[in-house]
Ligand binder design. Structure first.
Ligand code: BTN
Length: 337
């Protein structure tokens, strides 16, 4: 697969530079004079930015000897901070927007895609009024408790191979969760991220296609990060879980958000380089569906069989009850005991 042309990322915002400098300086502190020089502004202008960051909830110490020390960050998503944590990616997260609330981040990104925005744009919302899941289901998105975001991609793929996007996204989400929490979730085909029989994250990919290629893909990701059991409606309590419930501690949402974007950028680079197999193999190692007896519902059709493998296009290979092999690209899977 060829590498599509890339537009360069916009220059880093002053707050991104300041936050990144404080993070890398640690206890030593970032010098106000050096930041002023780097950004081509006065020390007073740096001080003014520090005051603004404090208003956003960043706990920043200042001393004439140590400069500015970042002591603590708020549990809130800020685009400049996410950029500072990312430190540059190839595609995913070149531009980031954060909204306090919206209907659905997938709708926002789809609109941006139709306006011609370059791939890699990421939109987060602290809450969604009309978050949606696969198969027309509603997706619960309470304020400040999870990660609800969408990524715009313009992959050089045929619509038939779109399942590859599902596969790489599930791997990226699993890797980010593992990196930030130490927990190892499983993947239930096609893209549910699970702890045992409970789901903690889901992926909704929506495509705009021509007959032979994908014009753009909106990758919508929802992660139940810090929800408590009572945040879920009673009918979901046996089916859903959160990372906080699994880890037994509060999870750092901004750090997890940055890890998600970093991992998505990594797997998308593998896909662009024509190296889907590497990520596909990792998906198989992480998948809890393979080797199991499954029931698949695809529209009105129900198939029973054994999930045997993932094929080159990212489809699930199922040997049905008559011994025939079927290639499954969509639908809902239930695992049998
Ligand atoms: C699923 O497992 O059914 C997919 C859930 C996807 C939810 C995310 S949250 C961000 C984005 N915006 C939406 O409306 N849905 C996706």
């Amino acid at each position: 697969m060829s590498t599509p042309s890339r537009r360069t990322a916009p220059p880093a915002a002053p707050d991104t530079v300041i936050l990144a400098a404080m993070r890398s300086a640690g206890e030593t502190g970032a010098s106000g004079a050096e930041l002023a020089k780097q950004l081509g502004v006065s020390r007073a202008a740096i001080w003014a930015r520090i005051e603004e960051l404090r208003k956003l909830g960043y706990d920043i110490g200042a001393s004439p000897h140590h400069g500015y020390v970042l002591r603590a960050c708020p549990d809130a998503l800020h685009a400049d901070d996410l950029h500072a944590r990312l430190g540059g990616t190839q595609v995913v997260g070149r531009e980031i927007r954060v909204f306090k609330e919206t209907d659905s981040t997938n709708d926002l990104v789809d609109k941006l895609a139709h306006d011609g925005v370059a791939e890699g744009m990421v939109v987060f919302a602290e809450s969604q009024h009309q978050g949606r899941g696969r198969l027309g289901r509603r997706w619960l998105s309470p304020a400040g408790k999870g990660l609800w975001f969408s990524v715009l991609l313009r992959p050089n793929l045929s619509p038939m191979a779109a399942t590859q996007l599902t596969v790489i996204s599930a791997v990226a989400v699993s890797r980010a969760i593992e990196r930030e929490t130490g927990l190892r979730p499983g993947i239930k085909w096609p893209n549910d991220i699970m702890f045992g029989t409970r789901k903690c994250a889901g992926i909704l990919i929506e495509l705009s296609t021509e007959i032979d290629h994908i014009r753009h893909a909106v990758l919508g990701i929802g992660v139940d990060v810090n929800l408590a059991a009572e945040d879920f409606p009673p009918e979901l309590r046996d089916l859903a879980t959160s990372l906080r419930a699994e880890a037994g501690r509060e999870i750092d949402r901004p750090a997890l958000a940055a890890a998600m974007l970093r991992e998505l950028d990594y797997v998308y680079a593998r896909l662009r380089e024509g190296d889907f197999h590497q990520v596909g193999d990792e998906w198989m190692r992480r998948c809890s569906t393979l080797g199991r007896r499954v029931t698949l519902k695809i529209g009105d059709r129900t198939i029973q069989g054994v999930a045997e493998a993932l094929d080159d296009e990212g489809a699930l290979v199922v040997r049905n009850e008559h011994g025939h092999v079927e290639q499954i690209l969509g639908g809902d899977v239930t695992m049998q005991r």
